[in-house]
Write a protein that binds this ligand. Structure first.
Ligand code: BTN
Length: 264
């Protein structure tokens, strides 16, 4: 393990106490396949666990079927269960809110200012620092989600993902206390999810604009159904859709992946 301090549920609860009244049921594991999958199994088994955090994941899952590299002690791997009012289609922009919460918690913990690449990559200087994976559940009348967040903390020379990435130790020159980072993330996430449940994405639009790492950049976006749009990113609308000014018109994308366009 590369980190000085091991994850400890009691320490996390101690950090949480001055921040919030909530006392979530928290499970810290040495290793699981994926904290999202593990939490889903616990919930299916009627276990009242709200949050799972692991020191390592043997099969960490990223977006779009990718792997999330999760060596022991090198990151924070956290999943949180949450039920929402209303149907599952209301949760379309939940992943943006999760990205905002992760960026906010990192900023409070480490005094750095991460940006966001739509829909939910947390970046520093164009390199990926954290990501979010949402597993949705529910029916027409009610919905729930398992919100998984992975933050690269200290890879200490270990091999990382095959895309530009970084970790908190490299950015700040210090290894943060992951128990404190976990508490800040839980508090920020809980607070933001309450607001999202009550008001949808609209209250988050300005916060997004403040951290938007794509705004004004030339990008190529693959939307749902593999539609490809080339254009200039112009922020997100009040529904969290990516605004892309292409040569024909302004496009609004509500799902997909974005890559920066090579400069011509
Ligand atoms: C991405 O591709 O950007 C999403 C990465 C999400 C990784 C986190 S780590 C905790 C949770 N458990 C998983 O298996 N994935 C998420």
């Amino acid at each position: 393990m590369t980190n000085a301090r091991a994850l400890d549920s009691r320490r996390i609860q101690d950090w949480l106490k001055p921040l919030t009244k909530i006392t979530p049921t928290l499970q810290v594991e040495r290793e699981v396949d994926s904290t999202n999958s593990h939490l889903a199994r616990l919930r299916a088994d009627h276990r009242a666990v709200d949050i799972v955090i692991a020191e390592a994941q043997s099969a960490g899952r990223g977006r779009r079927g990718r792997r999330w590299i999760s060596p022991p002690g090198a990151g924070l791997y956290l999943s949180l269960f949450r039920a929402f009012a209303g149907p599952v289609r209301r949760l379309e922009t939940l992943s943006l809110v999760a990205g905002l919460a992760a960026a906010g918690a990192i900023e409070r913990c480490c005094a750095i200012r991460p940006g966001l690449k739509w829909p939910n990559d947390v970046l520093i200087d164009g390199r990926k620092l954290a990501g979010c994976l949402i597993d949705l559940g529910g029916s027409a009348g009610s919905s729930s989600a398992i919100i998984g967040i992975g933050i690269n903390v200290d890879f200490g020379g270990l091999e990382g993902p095959d895309q530009p990435w970084t970790d908190l130790a490299s950015v700040t020159g210090a290894v943060p206390d992951r128990n404190r980072l976990a508490a800040l993330l839980i508090e920020q996430l809980t607070d933001d999810l309450d607001r999202f449940d009550a008001h949808g994405f609209a209250p988050f639009q300005a916060r997004w604009a403040d951290r938007d790492a794509l705004s004004g950049r030339d990008v190529v976006a693959c939307g749902p159904g593999k539609t490809v749009v080339h254009g200039q990113a112009c922020g997100v609308d009040e529904c969290g859709r990516l605004l892309l000014q292409a040569s024909d018109r302004l496009h609004r994308l509500h799902g997909g992946d974005v890559t920066l366009r090579a400069s011509r």
